[in-house]
Write a new protein. Structure first.
Length: 301
């Protein structure tokens, strides 16, 4: 009887895994069909917006731009690794290479699973910020903080300044006043969006096939705040600047964009898809599992 119960549990778990995988593929199918192995896109950009429930997901505009494909997965909780695995499998099947694939995320499991593709912006020996891909520095970054980043990327429509011990964030026609402690809630999100734009602007077209996946976990910290509407508009401005930058450099027909809102699995469940199989296939094609240079202008901006 006990053996039968164990078998039943394993069967149910296997069925649930299969259903989750099929559900995800249903949502991802249209974006994947935007190119083919014979005509792959030169640049594919995926922005992952995790939420804790379907009500939060509903707050995100489902029509940011006509040229940006958007999906909202609220039928079931999704492990973020599954979205990445599905995207990478499609990318590799169409001739993509891990040296031109970057993943930006602070999610521990994702960073561990895809570490050779993880992109970070971090201080180096000279205390200047650097782009680090798979543990290897590939470029320097001129803006050293959020204030400098907003100043350099003026078309985001925002500025930041300090006055009398308070922090003021000005966006479009709105001025928001925070104490230093209050601003800590919003700072990671604002920083992530600004440096997302800065990072994309550092790319150039050398006719390789690029994939950028940005898992924006910090969006969860602002969805239930009183300024969520305005801050989401700041995000939309950032996504639009990403789109314009990529199209200008890679051409409209050479680029593809996806914004995925999904209820992130918070229960500790394992991913449904096998990322190891996908990564092993890529490593076999390359003959190495080590990170290599990506097409970033290796200059100080």
């Amino acid at each position: 009887m006990k053996v039968q119960q164990i078998i039943l549990v394993l069967l149910v778990a296997s069925l649930a895994t299969s259903l989750n995988a099929n559900l995800l593929e249903t949502y991802m199918k249209e974006w994947k069909n935007s190119d083919s192995v014979f005509s792959p896109k030169l640049f594919k950009f995926l922005l992952m917006l995790p939420t804790t429930n379907s009500e939060e997901s509903a707050k995100v505009d489902n029509k940011i731009h006509d040229d940006i494909h958007q999906i909202s997965i609220t039928d079931n909780e999704i492990h973020p690794n599954d979205i990445v695995t599905s995207s990478l499998e499609d990318y590799f099947n169409k001739g993509g290479n891990s040296k031109y694939a970057t993943i930006i995320s602070q999610h521990d499991e994702m960073r561990d699973s895809f570490r050779r593709m993880i992109m970070d912006i971090e201080p180096k020996n000279d205390s200047k910020l650097a782009l680090v891909h798979g543990g290897k520095q590939v470029a320097s970054v001129k803006p050293q903080n959020l204030k400098e980043c907003l100043k350099k990327n003026k078309d985001l429509g925002a500025t930041l300044y300090d006055q009398d011990g308070k922090v003021f964030f000005v966006f479009q026609d709105n001025k928001f006043e925070f104490t230093q402690n209050q601003f800590e809630t919003y700072k990671p999100f604002l920083t992530d969006v600004c440096f997302m734009v800065e990072y994309i602007r550092m790319h150039f077209n050398d006719y390789n096939k690029n994939l950028v996946i940005h898992h924006l976990e910090s969006v969860k910290s602002i969805l239930n705040t009183e300024y969520s509407k305005e801050l989401l508009q700041f995000l939309y401005n950032g996504v639009e600047l990403v789109r314009k930058t990529v199209v200008n450099k890679f051409g409209k027909n050479g680029a593809s964009f996806l914004v995925s809102t999904f209820v992130e699995n918070l229960t500790g469940a394992l991913p449904s898809l096998d990322h190891n199989r996908v990564l092993e296939g890529d490593a076999a094609d390359e003959g190495t599992a080590e990170p290599a240079d990506i097409n970033i202008e290796n200059v100080r901006f």
